[in-house]
Design a protein around this ligand. Structure first.
Ligand code: IPE
Ligand code: IPE
Ligand code: MG
Length: 258
């Protein structure tokens, strides 16, 4: 059951000002899920949910920059999402183009650099072009890197990496015994990003849905029963405070961490 958003706000009055001290997740990744159910709950079309999802994206991006998160990665469209009805896919792509146009200023005002992972060539030409333009126009920004996962699938990413490395082996550029974790990492879409520290999924689903399988090896997972369009500052801060109260042992014992 998804909780009543009003009740959540009353029970959770956290604001960004509550984040005083404590280690922030350097890399926060979010599976933004539940737009369709949010709309359906109100008797509206799924696309109404996606439109409102965009508002939650803007708010979350601005809040993360304000908090001081270095890397924010948002799962916006999966390789599997191409299987959705044609009209929904088309509308999502149009929304992407419109948002990129509209948010360029917000990104620059907040010193945010845009990045993208996934099979970007699979996007409609218009979306690919707009994306590349915004990436270019924000490339000098330094406060936060915002990565959009678009037409992204972790299995495809790993498959591509294996193909690229195999070709290098075949061409004697690298020898098999020199393939280590760093080499694999360098051939992923995320080669210039650190590992994920905190992964949030909204909507109550407790699964990964082919997102960043390699990069979340030691991420803290946080599932919240709120549909994405309702996700706000309170939920974000609560997730970070929850993260700050966890002990990340990376295989060691508690005693070794002291
Ligand atoms: C997330 O919301 C947005 C995308 C996957 C594009 P959904 O569209 O998956 O909404 P639900 O999960 O069906 O409610
Ligand atoms: C995951 O959500 C993909 C995105 C949020 C972009 P889905 O709604 O596609 O995932 P499943 O199908 O419920 O696992
Ligand atoms: Mg979904």
């Amino acid at each position: 059951m998804v909780e009543n958003p009003v009740a959540i706000v009353l029970n959770n009055p956290y604001t960004i000002d509550d984040l005083t001290g404590g280690t922030l997740p350097g890399h926060l990744a979010i599976i933004m899920d539940g737009n369709g159910r949010w709309a359906k709950q109100q008797g509206k079309l799924r696309i109404f949910g996606h439109e409102n999802g965009v508002k939650a994206v803007r708010q979350t991006v601005e809040n993360c920059a304000k908090i001081g998160i270095d890397y924010l990665t948002l799962y916006a469209f999966s390789t599997e999402n191409w299987k959705r009805p044609k009209l929904e896919v088309e509308t999502l792509m149009k929304l992407l183009v419109a948002s990129l146009k509209k948010e360029l200023k917000t990104l620059n005002d907040n010193n945010i650099k845009l990045n993208a992972i996934g099979n970007i060539d699979a996007l409609p030409a218009r979306a690919g072009k707009e994306l590349k333009e915004v990436i270019e126009k924000t490339s000098g920004n330094t406060a936060m890197t915002l990565t959009l996962a678009l037409s992204y699938g972790a299995r495809e990413e790993i498959k591509n990496a294996v193909q690229q490395i195999s070709t290098k082996v075949k061409n004697n550029i690298i020898s098999p015994e020199n393939i280590d974790e760093a080499v694999i990492n360098n051939h992923l879409y995320t080669h210039n990003l650190p590992d994920v520290d905190l992964l949030i999924r909204t909507s109550g689903e407790r699964r990964i849905s082919n997102f960043l399988l390699w990069q979340i090896a030691y991420a803290e997972l946080y599932f919240i029963d709120v549909f994405w369009p309702d996700f706000n500052e309170h939920h974000l801060v609560e997730a970070i405070i929850n993260y700050q109260n966890r002990e990340r042992r990376f295989g060691k014992t508690s005693e070794q961490l002291i």
